[in-house]
Ligand binder design. Structure first.
Ligand code: ATP
Length: 235
């Protein structure tokens, strides 16, 4: 595989019992690209993210991440190159922001000293010593984003990162996405909020019932017929 691609899914299917959550999907993400995964609830977006992370394994097909088959032993070497922001992040309310980040750094074997200023980068340095239980939803999401950025990963996977966020936190999130792209990291994010991606995403992949039904720039998708009505409106 060419190193031009950070993530490659080839003919990937994932079935639960006899139901296909993802069905014969091909996806290629170039280094430095920001790509959005769109689709209704249950379309298969989170399943694709979990397949790329290697949290679940394909029923058919192959997932490659930074040149490694994610189900191979050699994939362990690249775990530190991946940042993941799940749809809901479990943060302990009695830990402070700084303690939470230190906990994740330990988990990821990433010395905090190598990650200076992460809480400032996400705009919550002033709350570093406050317990997370006192944080707003926006602040918790910023802290969750900080843990995803630990170690300056080459590939970032964000599952509905801006859902329910206040406008300032959303703007900060996209500023960070823009910085990540400038430094050559690859970003894949699942979202229902396509309109806010204008100028942010290079491409949008539209999923429906586990299949990829469209893959193109925002303007290409606006010209495309046959997309689900809610996707058309969101564009
Ligand atoms: P949402 O926007 O609601 O998060 P999604 O596009 O991320 O939806 P997935 O979570 O990937 O969709 O789910 C795709 C399909 O797979 C759904 O029908 C879901 O019910 C099913 N599914 C996902 N995980 C499991 C599981 N662990 N066991 C059984 N079925 C599952």
């Amino acid at each position: 595989m060419s190193s031009k691609y950070h993530v490659v899914l080839s003919g990937v299917s994932k079935a639960y019992a006899k139901q296909f959550a993802v069905n014969n999907v091909d996806i290629q993400l170039k280094a430095g690209e920001c790509v959005a995964l769109a689709g209704h609830n249950g379309a298969g977006k989170s399943t694709i993210i979990k397949l790329i992370l290697g949290l679940i394994h394909p029923t058919q097909g192959k997932v490659q991440l930074l040149g490694h088959d994610v189900s191979s032993r050699s994939a362990a070497q690249i775990r530190g190159q991946i940042g993941y922001l799940p749809e809901t992040v479990a943060l302990h309310p009695s830990l402070t922001g700084a303690e939470t980040l230190a906990f994740y750094a330990k988990l990821k074997k990433q010395p905090l000293a190598n990650n200076p200023g992460l809480l400032s980068r996400v705009g919550i340095a002033q709350a570093a010593k406050r317990r997370v239980g006192t944080y707003s939803k926006g602040m918790r999401q910023r802290l969750a984003l900080a843990q995803a950025l630990l170690g300056n990963p080459q590939v970032l996977l964000f599952d509905e990162p801006t859902t329910g966020l206040d406008p300032a936190s959303r703007q900060m999130f996209y500023e960070i996405v823009s910085e990540l792209r400038n430094q050559g990291s690859t970003v894949l994010l699942s979202t229902h909020a396509l309109a806010e991606l204008d100028g942010q995403a290079d491409r949008i992949i539209v999923m429906k019932n586990g299949s990829k039904i469209a893959d193109g720039s925002m303007s290409e998708l606006r010209q495309q017929s046959g997309l689900p009505i809610r996707i058309r409106i969101a564009l």
